[in-house]
Design a protein around this ligand. Structure first.
Ligand SMILES: *Cc1c(COP(=O)(O)O)cnc(C)c1O
Length: 404
């Protein structure tokens, strides 16, 4: 995204033109950016060619998953719906891993029927359930066990998953017990140790610590794991000047780890693949002056983009046309929903805005549309894929008659 003659453009198309043609609010994704992210991700870890499983929950659009599949990625899924979507988008089940603490009988049954690469189990009860279903089918099922490495990811507490107080994975003691259980089972192949310590991680040190914890446990168990699944969580820059994750250091730490343990590495990135490819175009419905600040009331709301309301996340906001005139009053960007958390951010010294102007919210490709809802019976936005000068509708705007 950049300004050309003061007009904000995505690849070769101005935001203004997109908004006028497709209405607002509108999610737009850049094909070029997606391709670049995937290539960069591969390049960062190319010395040990990992299996990269895109975390479907970050963006569930079939067309985008198809593009991701075209570049050779597999999928990390957390529900039957996501597994079905990944298969529908053409991802080879042998590149699909299934994570999550509460997989139901139906979900496990379906995953076994699809012969996916790994079911990453998160408890003793789940492993017993998998074994029972596998036995009834006379099959041997490939699984991983998710370790909780008790590692602080140094990210927002709401998206931290690798500390001992979090519900994810099992502790060292249980892990060892479960490895021994699996080794005795005729219906389970224990192939993988998996971890995922959280999301939006910008410091490589928690990853380094996580690798140390994995090494420690591998020394204690007498079992050769074909795969080590390190999860996702790589952070992106939501703000200009925000620090970046040092992929080089992370990659070096993994290489060092692989000297002792010859396993295939799996990653499950979501945000780092799709996050900065997406923007949400919104229109200003009203501007309301209130005391010292102005409320910029948008036609997009927390149901369209929930991250600010859910985790206090902040997305950069840009005007669709640059005027150079700065407002003296602070702007509070809000949606029309009847909740005080339906608020995006407050900014000082923003460009002067008028009613009916368009603005965009940046870096909403991950956990944007996938977290959207119909709260307040608001139809979900249209999703567009921009490739050069071409626009493709990859999901239609919902219509009220779809649910009324
Ligand atoms: C959410 C999740 C991911 C993806 O996390 P990102 O921060 O989007 O990379 C990967 N693995 C598991 C198990 C997850 O729950």
């Amino acid at each position: 995204m950049r300004y050309i003659n003061k007009k904000l453009t995505i690849e070769n198309i101005s935001v203004e033109n997109i908004a006028k043609k497709y209405g607002t609010p509108t999610y737009c994704y850049s094909y070029d950016r997606l391709k670049e992210n995937i290539n960069n991700f591969k390049k960062n870890f190319k010395s040990f060619s990992p299996l990269i499983c895109f975390a479907i929950k970050s963006n569930t659009n079939t067309n985008l998953i198809r593009v991701i599949k075209k570049f050779g990625l597999g999928a990390d899924v957390v529900s039957m719906g996501e597994l079905m979507m990944a298969v529908k988008a053409g991802i080879n089940p042998k590149k699909i891993v299934f994570s999550g603490v509460g997989k139901t009988f139906e979900e496990i049954n379906y995953a076994i029927n699809k012969n996916i690469l790994l079911i990453n189990a998160e408890s003793e009860s789940e492993i017993k359930q998998i074994e029972k279903i596998a036995k009834s089918k006379n099959k041997r099922v490939q699984i991983g066990i998710r370790l909780n490495p008790n590692t602080d990811a140094k990210t927002l507490s709401q998206i931290s998953t690798g500390k001992k107080e979090n519900k994810f994975g099992v502790n060292n003691k249980t892990f060892i017990k479960l490895v021994n259980f699996c080794k005795r089972s005729k219906n389970i192949y224990l192939k993988c140790l998996s971890v995922h310590i959280g999301s939006q991680i910008l410091d490589f040190k928690p990853y380094e610590k996580m690798l140390k914890e994995i090494s420690k446990i591998l020394e204690k168990v007498d079992h050769k794991f074909e795969f080590i699944d390190l999860g996702g969580g790589m952070g992106i820059s939501y703000d200009t000047g925000q620090k970046k994750l040092n992929y080089n250091k992370y990659s070096k730490a993994i290489k060092k780890f692989l000297k002792n343990y010859k396993s295939k590495i799996i990653f499950e990135p979501g945000r780092s693949i799709i996050g900065n490819t997406g923007t949400l175009i919104c229109k200003i419905t009203y501007i309301k002056k209130n005391g010292k600040k102005d409320f910029i009331i948008l036609d997009a709301a927390m149901n369209d983009l929930m991250r600010p309301a859910l985790y206090g996340a902040v997305h950069k906001i840009l005007p669709s046309i640059k005027s150079g005139k700065i407002s003296k009053r602070p702007y509070e960007f809000v949606g029309p929903i009847c909740e005080s958390t339906d608020k995006f951010t407050t900014l000082n010294n923003f460009q002067e805005l008028k009613e009916k102007d368009f603005i965009v919210m940046c870096d909403v490709g991950a956990y944007g549309m996938s977290l959207s809802s119909n709260y307040n019976l608001r139809p979900k936005p249209v999703e567009l894929l921009i490739k050069g000068s071409k626009i493709k509708i990859i999901k239609k705007r919902q219509k009220l008659k779809d649910f009324i």
